[in-house]
Ligand binder design. Structure first.
Ligand SMILES: Cc1ncc(C[n+]2csc(CCOP(=O)(O)OP(=O)(O)O)c2C)c(N)n1
Ligand code: SF4
Length: 300
């Protein structure tokens, strides 16, 4: 659906406490247009629980239940059970950061997936714990500076999509805010499928990634153009790629150099200054190359 045809109803309201240029804010606005008013969010501790604004004010036009860091998926199971009892079909959505998803809430998420709770879990992935001042998470990429990896992270991120696939979910997708139509379509599709669904949205964060706040959409699109992030869907175990990622996979376009993505972000500045760190730049490129090699073999 073209952008101009998206719902005019705004459920992400003025008064949000997000930083200027927040990728999460853009993701919320688009996803809420696809979800509509008959939706309940449950949100663990993260930037979104601040973005919502302080009680009694709110920047969300839907009900939200804030919950402890580890418990959002368990909370979704409880909300679903309560709604079922009342005969309501309201969409139950967890909206959580990567810290809550990859690390602290992964146990309760695995439980809700295994119980086949009918809910949509959306992880907005800014690749770090932003709300508490930029600490490393299981989604932080190799080489990135955070306040707990001040020489650059030594490990790669974990593969959350593979973890989701191991739970045999009917629908899994990745998206990013630079491609709002694709994001909107995937949320709408997830909404139409019963059972547990998982969508992960790459959501650049200006203070955490250290780039100018005007460049969030550019940074998101560059993530796709360089192949650092791929747009894909997994339905009943079958992986398909979308948009530019599909063209990269099929060799129809050449990805831009990964270095373009790294050099645009202050969190990777130590790889270039005061001296170029050839070894770590090469290792980062190899991680991305290997990922695409696996994709060409039909794997994640
Ligand atoms: C059990 C527990 N540990 C730590 C915290 C402190 N805390 C609140 S928000 C947050 C960071 C959340 O990171 P993420 O889920 O990635 O979301 P983001 O802040 O990036 O939006 C942390 C560590 C907490 N509230 N509860
Ligand atoms: S720190 Fe990052 S994720 Fe959090 S509100 Fe600011 S831009 Fe958004």
């Amino acid at each position: 659906m073209p952008l101009r045809d998206l719902s005019k109803e705004e459920l992400y309201l003025p008064g949000s406490a997000a930083c200027a240029g927040c990728g999460d804010g853009i993701a919320l606005r688009i996803a809420l247009k696809a979800l509509g008013k008959d939706t309940i969010f449950t949100v663990p501790a993260c930037c979104t629980s601040v973005i919502e604004s302080s009680y009694p004010n709110t920047s969300f036009g839907i009900p939200v239940m804030n919950i402890a860091f580890a418990a959002s998926a368990a909370c979704a199971s409880g909300i679903r059970a309560g709604l079922r009892r009342q005969g309501k079909e309201t969409q139950v959505v967890v909206w959580a950061g990567d810290g809550a998803t990859y690390d602290i809430g992964v146990a309760s998420l695995s439980g809700a997936w295994e119980r086949e709770t009918d809910f949509l879990y959306i992880c907005y992935n800014n690749q770090m714990y932003s709300n508490t001042g930029i600490q490393r998470s299981g989604a932080t990429p190799f080489g990135a500076w955070t306040t707990t990896t001040w020489k650059g992270k030594e490990e790669s991120e974990k593969d959350m999509i593979a973890i989701a696939m191991a739970h045999h979910l009917p629908y899994i997708a990745t998206a990013t805010i630079g491609y709002p139509e694709d994001l909107h379509r995937k949320v709408q599709k997830a909404k139409s499928i019963p059972g547990p669904k998982y969508i992960e949205i790459l959501s650049p964060c200006p203070p955490g990634w250290r780039y100018d706040m005007s460049k969030t959409v550019e940074m998101s699109k560059l993530s796709i153009a360089t192949g650092v992030w791929a747009l894909l869907e997994v339905e009943e175990g079958n992986i398909t790629f979308n948009g530019r990622s599909k063209a990269i996979l099929e060799g129809k376009i050449k990805p831009k150099p990964v270095e373009d993505w790294l050099s645009g972000q202050g969190r990777f500045a130590h790889l270039f200054k005061p001296k170029r760190d050839e070894e770590r730049i090469k290792k980062f490129e190899e991680i991305i190359d290997q990922k695409w090699q696996r994709h060409r073999e039909g794997k994640l």
